[in-house]
Write a protein that binds this ligand. Structure first.
Ligand code: P53
Length: 476
């Protein structure tokens, strides 16, 4: 093979809550993203108890894609996008999450959005749950710690598979389901699973329980989707940050292996339909008595995914320490800085080679088609007086990653379906809630405080990416 396959899915990725805005329009309910304030690098977003007066909730308006999507999709088409990854805001379809009947206005919005994509020859790639579950499911049910959420999610999945089966072929169930491996912090448990912890609560088993229910829900959704239409392709979505040993000391290597076990077992369950033995042994050692039934195990086996979607932004590094003889991984404490790579302004380690490594890591284990559904460089862009943005650093980042991705395909033989860089149009950062952490090829005039015209303009990277797509990745 000399390059990317014909029909390679070049495109861009976003998530509903980070760009749509219109948080109360068309009968939409309040999502977990609607109760998160803006933070900054090192300043966590505040999770408030409902929507409170006087707080800055950046996702409420976001970049107003809800009203401007036609203009935006036209720009994506101009870049030559073959696909566009977004999510369906669960709260537009089931505003509270536990209703029996869906909200027609919400369904209609996505009909129109997908029609607009298809009109331009752009294939929608859809995530079912991307950090935007109904907030009502948190307050009434405790989020995914409650088994009832399986039914609510599967109902939502069935409704949208049924409705859009002839418009959407590629689906993913839970975005970055493995972020919650970082359960000591508040962000991932809340955005992944609607989990709020009581002070002093033993967080880890709650995380495993919630993840288990999600994995069962994902498997049941995959099975239902296949029954509705066997041509649907339904994948998982994993946040891939490969964890390197800081040195070649054997204990550092074992520490890295354990860390990988703790962050990526989710993929084993999605792909193989069962828990890896190392995790079952860990549950036993820690005395975690989880609610995993025989019925659940059968469901997991029947709902294995068709492909692996993953995000890749950075690699991590770890090392063994004397106070941790079991070499247990705690993401809030076990990561160290890698002296061989540069970092972004937000401290994300820039490592293009790690993308090639990640592709091989997935491929060696699972032999399933891979889809890079996020990659990109969050940076502070400066708009010149003539309106241009010279984001050469973004071009450099993406070119380096695409070039490693090509080696994985051409030299290593990995089966890669497509590539959708994150935040193809500037949007609200998930981690910090900022506007100034930008990823786009398209600049959106809005600042952290919410000021700006919301006008769209092309950055330098716009024409660059257009040429990358036109040459099927040959001209970087
Ligand atoms: P932001 C952490 C690590 C890797 C990916 O992130 C992550 C996160 C969470 O912040 O999230 C994904 O906006 C996620 C997107 C998100 C994107 O990466 O914090 O799927 O929703 O926007 C970039 O810079």
């Amino acid at each position: 093979m000399s390059g990317f396959k014909a029909g390679f899915l070049w495109g861009g990725a976003v998530a509903a809550h980070q760009l749509e805005g219109g948080w109360k329009e068309g009968g939409k309910g309040v999502s977990v993203a609607d109760v998160m304030t803006a933070g900054a690098h090192g300043v966590p977003r505040e999770i408030t108890n409902g929507v409170l007066q006087g707080k800055n909730y950046p996702n409420h308006e976001a970049i107003d894609f809800y009203h401007r999507y036609k203009e935006d999709i036209k720009l994506f088409a101009e870049m030559g996008f073959k696909c566009f990854r977004t999510s369906i805001a669960w709260t537009r379809i089931f505003p509270k999450g536990d209703e029996l009947e869906p909200n027609e206005a919400g369904l209609k919005f996505y009909d129109d959005l997908f029609d607009e994509c298809l009109k331009h020859g752009i294939e929608p790639v859809i995530t079912l749950s991307h950090f935007e579950m109904p907030f009502h499911l948190v307050t009434e049910y405790g989020g995914w710690r409650n088994r009832k959420l399986i039914d609510f999610f599967v109902r939502f999945a069935k409704v949208v598979f049924q409705r859009y089966q002839h418009k959407v072929k590629y689906w993913m169930t839970f975005n970055e389901i493995n972020n919650q491996a970082n359960f000591h912090e508040d962000f991932a448990p809340f955005t992944n699973s609607g989990l709020k912890y009581a002070p002093g609560e033993d967080r880890e088993p709650v995380m495993f329980q919630a993840a288990h229910y999600e994995l069962v829900a994902s498997a049941l959704a995959v099975k239902a989707g296949r029954e509705i239409n066997p041509s649907l392709q339904i994948g998982c979505m994993i946040a891939m940050c490969p964890i390197y040993p800081l040195t070649c000391a054997p204990d550092d290597m074992m520490m890295a292996m354990n860390a990988m076990h703790r962050r990526y077992w989710f993929t084993d369950v999605h792909v193989r339909g069962k828990y890896p033995q190392h995790l079952l042994n860990y549950f036993e050692r820690r005395g975690f008595a989880l609610d995993i039934t025989e019925e659940d195990k059968a469901a997991l086996m029947q709902g294995c995914v068709d492909y692996i979607g993953f995000s890749y932004y950075m690699s991590f590094a770890t090392k063994a320490t004397p106070d941790n003889p079991q070499l247990d991984y705690d993401e809030s404490k076990s990561l160290v800085s890698n002296p061989y790579v540069q970092k972004s302004d937000w401290g994300w380690q820039i490592d293009p080679v790690g993308l090639r490594y990640s592709l091989n890591w997935f491929w060696d284990r699972y032999q399933l088609p891979l889809f890079i559904v996020e990659n990109g460089f969050g940076a502070i862009d400066v708009q010149e007086s003539d309106g241009t943005v010279n984001d050469q650093y973004r071009i450099d980042y993406l070119a380096a990653h695409i070039s490693e991705m090509k080696k994985a395909v051409v030299e290593d033989g990995v089966d890669l379906m497509g590539y959708t860089p994150w935040g193809c149009i500037d949007l609200v950062s998930a981690g910090t809630g900022e506007m100034k952490k930008r990823y786009g090829f398209i600049f959106v005039d809005k600042d952290n405080e919410g000021n700006g015209t919301l006008n769209r303009s092309k950055k330098k990277s716009f024409d660059w990416y257009k040429q990358v797509i036109a040459s099927n990745g040959e001209q970087l």
